[in-house]
Design a protein around this ligand. Structure first.
Ligand code: 13P
Ligand code: SF4
Length: 325
């Protein structure tokens, strides 16, 4: 039987102790130490999305943020190996922007319901049905779908991207709720696809209103992938990083983040003054990434993300066009 580590909780533990019992920390600490050593020997960095668990977000990530931030940072990195603690489309975006680096995703099943909702053939059919209408594609899609698009967007720049095209009508795919939420903020006509995020579509207006009654003064922050009636009722709507910045600026006494559960967990550490009311939903795709899988990925250099050269150039152009805005 392996010897049980008797290491005492350390400084890192302070950041995750609300989520990890002290008795379990030595097991986590061993993984953290091994990952840190592997990052050094492999010249690797870990990019982690805001929905990753606290031990990943606070203990092993080199860069944390929303989809836009991770894409921008991926472009600036000088590491030999990039490990995406996030979902597959994020790893693909990192690879598009770093074609000569090794990009790894620790679990190939870390997908996304939005990315799965649309194929390149669907986009080509949309273009035939709506000739001349530009296609704005949410980054939560495969590289093959991006390749059929004019430009990409994320939840933090979708309105700006739509308006940058200077046209009266756009297709904004594949999230129907994001498209509806963008449509409310622009005179541009926004046509949608019927994709949904299985995490955000579960937040309903009635439940939110009940929360407001139970917690007078509650600040409700909704991700733009939530239903339009939920976003319209919220005090603020923005990307995961925009929500975090709202809390930095406003320090609400009580807040409900209508998004994935780890968001509140990760932010609460730096905001002990804020009470997080947690009507959250877990993203089963994001939760496929664990410390053990990150360690394995760094040890075996699996799973390497490869993008078909027939689509990579066109997909990169759509992402670069967004980043240039
Ligand atoms: P952000 O770009 O806001 O981080 O959102 C990514 C995502 O997958 C939300 O579900
Ligand atoms: Fe996709 Fe929704 Fe999970 Fe984000 S939270 S990765 S949009 S399924």
């Amino acid at each position: 039987m392996p010897e049980v580590s008797v290491r005492q909780p350390d400084a890192l533990y302070e950041r995750v102790k609300p989520f990890i019992p002290a008795v379990e920390w030595p097991v986590f600490a061993d993984e953290v130490e091994a990952i840190s050593e592997l990052k050094r020997s492999r010249h690797a960095v870990i990019l982690a999305h805001n929905y990753q668990t606290p031990e990943i977000y606070h203990c092993v990530a080199d860069v944390v943020g929303d989809s836009l931030h991770l894409a921008r940072e991926a472009r600036r990195l000088s590491a030999d190996v990039i490990v995406m603690a996030g979902v597959y489309f994020m790893a693909e975006t990192a690879k598009l922007l770093n074609p000569n680096r090794k990009v790894l995703i620790p679990d190939l099943e870390a997908g996304c319901s939005l990315a799965e909702s649309i194929t390149p053939e669907d986009v080509r059919a949309l273009r035939v049905a709506h000739p001349g209408v530009p296609v704005v594609t949410y980054v939560n899609t495969s590289a093959a779908v991006k390749a059929e698009s004019d430009v990409c967007c994320t939840s933090s720049n979708a309105v700006r991207v739509v308006e940058s095209l200077g046209v009266p009508r756009v297709l904004l795919i594949p999230d129907r709720y994001l498209a509806a939420n963008v449509a409310r903020q622009t005179p541009v006509e926004v046509m949608a696809w019927d994709g949904r995020c299985i995490v955000h579509e579960r937040f309903g207006l009635e439940a939110v209103q009940t929360l407001r009654r139970e917690h007078p003064g509650l600040a409700v922050l909704a991700h733009p992938e939530c239903r339009p009636e939920v976003v319209a009722d919220a005090d603020f709507s923005g990307s995961t990083t925009a929500m975090s910045e709202y809390i930095d600026r406003h320090h609400p006494a009580a807040v409900a983040l209508l998004t994935e559960c780890s968001m509140s967990d990760n932010i609460t550490v730096d905001h002990p003054e804020v009470r997080f009311i947690r009507p959250c939903n877990l993203c089963p795709y994001m939760k496929r990434i664990t410390l053990a899988k990150l360690r394995r990925s760094l040890e075996s250099l699996e799973h390497e993300v490869e993008i078909d050269p027939a689509v990579a150039g066109r997909a990169r152009r759509a992402v670069e066009r967004m980043l240039a805005l």
